[in-house]
Design a protein around this ligand. Sequence first.
Ligand SMILES: [Zn+2]
Length: 390
Amino acid sequence: MKRRLVLLLIIITLLTACGKKKEDNKEEKKEFSASVVAKDKTVELNERVTNLTDVEVEKGKITSKKEEIDTSKIGEQKITITVEDDNGLTKEFTYTIKVVDKKPPVISFSKNLSTTVGTKINLMNGVSALDDSTEEIKVTIEGDYSFDKVGVYKLYYVASDSSGNESKEEFTLTVKEKPAPKPAPVKEVTPVPTPQDGTFTTSKGFHGETKNGITTIDGIIIANKTYSLPSSYAPGMNANVTAHANEMFAAAKEAGYTMWNQSGFRSYEKQKSLYNNYVNRSGKAAADTYSARPGHSEHQTGLAFDVCATNRPCINSNFDSTAEAAWLSENAYKYGFILRYPSGKSGITGYKYESWHFRYVGVDLATKLYNGGNWITLEEYFGITSEYNY
Ligand SMILES: [Zn+2]
């Protein structure tokens, strides 16, 4: 009897407690009057969002502090915010932010690769792929190719990240024919044809004469592409020319320039070896624009020389723009020298501009050819050609 009463009391107490709790809940729901929209969100890796981004509240206010969400890792995060309604009642709301990686990796690579047939190259050399995430991206090659077969192969680099985003970039692999072996060097050039002895009149009416294979016009020895010298002609450097050259160099020194004769008389044999070297290096056509065939060099006359100056480029086109070259062009005629291959006259002389090559012709003729600074060539003055006929 007593035990039953106790049991009953316990049941009543429990029921009462339950009822009260139900009532409490009812009251709370009734009283919290704010309307809150905080939906789950999906954002891109490293996108900037806060816990309050896109949360809407009516008839109340958010009391949570605004905080930046860490979106540097892929995954889901539960975000909880607190809202206070107009009556001062607070309530917590929870929603989910899902961080995803939707951007494909970026591949850096070179668009055109090439090799010669039979030579393998590493197609992955210098190739890399980057992504927003810190994960390493694997790159693979798509397409068929062979290093043993000449062709242009269209291939792809494919990179994919762990989220399944894929990048595909086209590149070409060119497998080229092996270069043809270099032609055997030209060992010899055609021997110089000996000019016929005799006299002639030039197109400008000057008297020309070829004697023992040496041609003079109005007393001036001519060695150009039309008129050659015999291989046996080897007078050495002319002493009179050297004396005039030294006078000129002394005057140059007074003007502040130190110059000298770097290359004067040159024998037929020496010229032959020089010219053949140039032909082997750059081919006959190119060599003919700057080097004379043996027998055609003015250096063989012993009347011409190449000038070099202290601290200046020696016997090359970089000398053209120097003060020394300008001084020579303006003063050489006073000592009987002419600028033999002036600028813009290669169609006439057969040679490129040589700001360093001077030829002795005597002061009278040199002054005429100087022409107030607008140099005339020997070919123009005498009315002769400078062209190989072989
Ligand atoms: Zn020269």
